[in-house]
Design a protein around this ligand. Structure first.
Ligand code: GAL
Length: 393
């Protein structure tokens, strides 16, 4: 009798343990299905979370690879969803803020995570500009001003995508004459290429059938310690710019060029973002709620000259920026407030990411001193930017 009891008890314990283990295994399995099994790091969201129909068009997630680097892109807004590069210990690290599914990109106000913004990236004063004597009126979706192409812009359109090989994705979008108030049918093409040596190249091309204005950029929010991994204020930044374009309280440039010397805008030598970002004695810092300004690059369209360099204080990941563009909008997440759940259940907390948007200067269509952003029929718009990653030990 006593022996039997022991047998029964042992059986129950074994059965209970086995059941528990199998539950754990099921959980592990269901966790692992959240990632794309084709990716070795397991950091890329699952493609099926991006496969749906928006505005009658198919959306998807594309993964580009070359060497140690992987970049995930969705054709919804031609957005970068993830950028995976190794940190100083060789650990794959996702340095781009994004969502793990396509739906949140279309909900609420647009944060522009990873997006291609257009037709005109950045602000146009009061949503008005003149071209060939005719005044055009655009959406005022940022206080009194127009921002990042309007209510929908290019960031909430489904682009046509063609993955050419393991490392290249071509996205195209036809912005119709009059869309968001802009003149001309504009054919836009963006090519993402992951080069060897952990570099991401973005090539932008466009043509129009009527005179129009154009300022395309990529709006990736970077955290070089890994997306969602705390503040970026200890990242060190160098920007190769002797002047910047100061703004009014609505972030429209005054039209002047101001020397960075002796101001919180001097990043000609590497400086922590947080060192001067709250310097309230500086009116420009007050207007921007921190850094949210266009820097006039000394590189003058030379893509071989370094425009900027940022280092993640914890990861040792370094990002160098090279571009053909004349300007760089440096934004440090002053409007981030933790209200969005990003990949891995993290929050988009205040200043947990920064943007380096290579572009023409804000409000150029209304600023005679700024390089022109006009595109005419017969002209080919062509520009490129490279984000190059490495590590500092
Ligand atoms: C930046 C812009 C900021 C803010 C942000 C999106 O490009 O400079 O002022 O609008 O986009 O939240």
């Amino acid at each position: 009798m006593h022996k039997n009891k022991v047998y029964i008890l042992s059986f129950l314990i074994i059965a209970f343990t086995a059941c528990n283990n199998s539950n754990q295994m099921n959980n592990e399995n269901s966790d692992s299905t959240k990632t794309d099994s084709s990716t070795s790091t397991g950091l890329i969201p699952e493609a099926k979370n991006f496969q749906t129909t928006i505005d009658g068009k198919q959306t998807n997630l594309y993964v580009l690879k070359n060497g140690n680097m992987q970049v995930a892109i969705t054709n919804y807004g031609a957005r970068i969803v993830s950028i995976i590069v190794p940190d100083k210990n060789g650990n794959p690290t996702d340095v781009a803020v994004g969502y793990d599914a396509v739906q949140p990109y279309g909900e609420g106000g647009d944060t522009y995570f990873g997006a291609i913004v257009g037709r005109y990236g950045n602000r146009i004063a009061k949503g008005k500009f003149k071209l060939d004597g005719k005044e055009y009126t655009l959406a005022t979706n940022n206080g009194a001003n127009h921002l990042h192409g309007g209510n929908k812009g290019f960031s909430r359109e489904v682009w046509d995508a063609q993955q050419q090989n393991d490392s290249t994705l071509v996205l195209t979008y036809l912005s119709k004459d009059g869309e968001e108030g802009y003149p001309g049918n504009l054919n836009a093409k963006v090519t993402y290429t992951v080069l060897s040596n952990d570099q991401l190249k973005i090539d932008y091309e466009a043509t129009t059938d009527k005179n129009t204005v154009l300022n395309l950029t990529n709006h990736t929010y970077f955290n070089l310690n890994g997306q969602g991994n705390g503040t970026i204020t200890n990242h060190s930044v160098m920007i190769n710019a002797s002047t910047y374009t100061p703004v009014d309280s609505t972030l429209i440039p005054t039209g002047k060029f101001e020397s960075v010397k002796g101001t919180p805008f001097d990043f000609t030598t590497p400086t922590a973002i947080g060192a001067r970002v709250n310097d309230s004695s500086n009116q420009q810092i007050k207007f921007g709620h921190g850094y949210d300004h266009n820097f006039v690059l000394n590189t003058k369209g030379n893509i071989d000259a370094k425009a900027a360099e940022v280092t993640g204080d914890e990861s040792g990941i370094v990002m160098d920026v090279y571009t053909l563009q004349p300007g760089l909008q440096f934004y440090v997440g002053n409007f981030m407030n933790g209200s969005h759940t990003i990949k891995n259940g993290k929050k988009d907390d205040y200043r947990t990411a920064f943007c380096m948007e290579t572009q023409h200067y804000p409000d150029s269509p209304n600023q005679p001193n700024f390089p022109s952003t006009e595109l005419k029929p017969g002209q080919q718009y062509k520009t490129s930017t490279i984000y190059a990653f490495s590590v500092k030990k």
